[in-house]
Design a protein around this ligand. Structure first.
Ligand SMILES: C[S@@+](CC[C@H](N)C(=O)[O-])C[C@H]1O[C@@H](n2cnc3c(N)ncnc32)[C@H](O)[C@@H]1O
Length: 295
C-alpha cells in the first residue's frame, strides 16, 4: 500500500483538527502540539528512520509526527495516555496501515515484551515530542530496564537537553548527565522556539538524539552502587565528596572508608563530586564496592 504524505504539521491544519473534535487541552499531560514541518523533518532525519525500523512514539497527540514516522518506518507503535485523543488519532492516521495506537501510560507499558513480540528481539527506535513533566522517568526507564533501543530522539525542555549533554566543571553537570552518558551519546540536534507549538510552552525546547553506546564506556562492577554514589554526591554538591558520601542517608560508609577510597583513586582530599568524570565515578564505585556493607 502506498502511504499518504503527511497532511499535518502547520498551524492551519492543526487548528482544523482541534476544532473538528472540540479538543480541550489537558495541562496535566503536557500537551503542546508541533506545528512546524521543518522541525518534524529534522526529527525524522536525526532519528535516521528507515524502512526496516520499528518505532515507538511516546504521546502522538493528534498524530502529526506519527504521520511522518509512518511514511518512513516499517511500523509505528504510538502510545497515547489521553483517551480523548484516540478517536482523533484513528481519523488522522486512517490512511496508514503500519500504525498501532495504544491508549496507555508509557510508564506502564512493558517495552521489553513489545520488542520481543513485535520486533523479533531486534532493537527499536524511540521518537517523541515528550510530555515535559515525565521526561526523566521515561528516558531513565528505557535505559534502566535495558530496553533494546538503537536510538532515542526526543524533544525535551532545552534546559534538560543541556543537562544531558553537560560535562564536569559546568553548572548543568549533574546526576542526569552522568546517567544519560553512561548509556548513550547525547547530541542536541535542534533548538526549537515556543512558536513551533500549539499552545506555546513557557520554556524553550530542543531535540536531542541519544545514541546507545555499542559497548559500555566504563567498566563498573556494581551499576546500582555507582548511581547511588552519583546521586549522593550531587544531592550535596557544594560539599566535598568525602562529606557528601559520609552524610548520605543512602550509604553507610564511614569517613575513614571514603577517605581511603579517595586516596586510592588518587583524588585530592577536598575534591567535590561535581568535578568527577564518569570513569572516575566508576573507579570510585569499584573501590568502595569492595566493602560489602553497601552492596
Ligand atoms: C508534547 S505533546 C506531543 C504531541 C505530539 N507528538 C506532537 O508533537 O504534536 C505530549 C503528548 O504526550 C501525551 N502523554 C502525556 N503523558 C503521557 C504518558 N504518561 N503516556 C503516554 N502519553 C502521554 C500527551 O497527551 C500528549 O499527546
Amino acid at each position: 500500500m502506498d502511504r499518504p504524505l503527511p497532511k499535518l504539521g502547520t498551524p492551519g491544519n492543526t487548528i482544523e483538527v482541534l476544532q473538528k473534535y472540540r479538543f480541550n487541552f489537558q495541562k496535566k499531560y503536557g500537551q503542546n502540539f508541533l506545528i512546524d514541518r521543518r522541525v518534524l523533518e529534522k526529527i525524522i532525519d536525526a532519528a535516521k528512520i528507515g524502512s526496516d525500523d520499528y518505532v515507538v512514539e511516546v504521546g502522538p497527540g493528534i498524530g502529526t509526527m506519527t504521520q511522518y514516522l509512518a511514511c518512513h518506518a516499517r511500523e509505528v507503535c504510538a502510545v497515547e495516555i489521553d483517551r480523548n485523543l484516540i478517536p482523533v488519532l484513528k481519523d488522522t492516521l486512517s490512511g496508514y496501515d503500519n500504525v498501532t495506537i495504544l491508549n496507555e501510560d508509557i510508564l506502564k507499558v512493558d517495552l521489553n515484551t513489545l520488542v520481543r513480540e513485535k520486533n523479533y528481539g531486534n532493537p527499536i527506535k524511540v521518537v517523541a515530542n515528550l510530555p515535559y513533566y515525565i521526561t526523566t522517568p521515561i528516558i531513565m526507564g528505557l535505559f534502566e530496564q535495558h530496553v533494546l533501543v538503537d536510538s532515542v530522539t526526543v524533544m525535551v525542555q532545552k534546559e534538560v537537553a543541556l543537562r544531558m549533554q553537560a560535562g564536569p566543571g559546568t553548572k548543568d553537570y549533574g546526576a542526569l548527565s552522568l546517567a544519560v552518558q553512561y548509556y548513550c551519546v547525547p547530541k542536541i540536534v535542534a533548538n526549537v522556539p515556543p512558536n513551533c507549538f500549539i499552545p506555546r510552552p513557557k520554556v524553550g525546547s530542543a531535540v536531542i538524539s541519544l545514541e546507545r553506546h555499542k559497548k559500555p564506556p566504563v567498566v563498573v562492577s556494581d551499576e546500582k552502587l555507582m548511581f547511588r554514589l552519583i546521586r549522593a554526591s550531587f544531592n550535596q554538591r557544594r560539599k566535598t565528596l568525602i562529606n557528601a558520601l559520609t552524610n548520605s542517608p543512602d550509604l553507610s560508609y564511614t569517613k575513614e572508608e571514603v577517605a581511603e577510597a579517595v586516596r586510592r583513586c588518587k583524588f585530592i582530599p577536598t575534591i567535590r563530586g561535581e568535578a568527577l568524570t564518569l570513569p572516575e565515578f566508576a573507579g570510585l564505585s569499584n573501590v568502595l564496592g569492595e566493602s560489602s556493607h553497601n552492596s
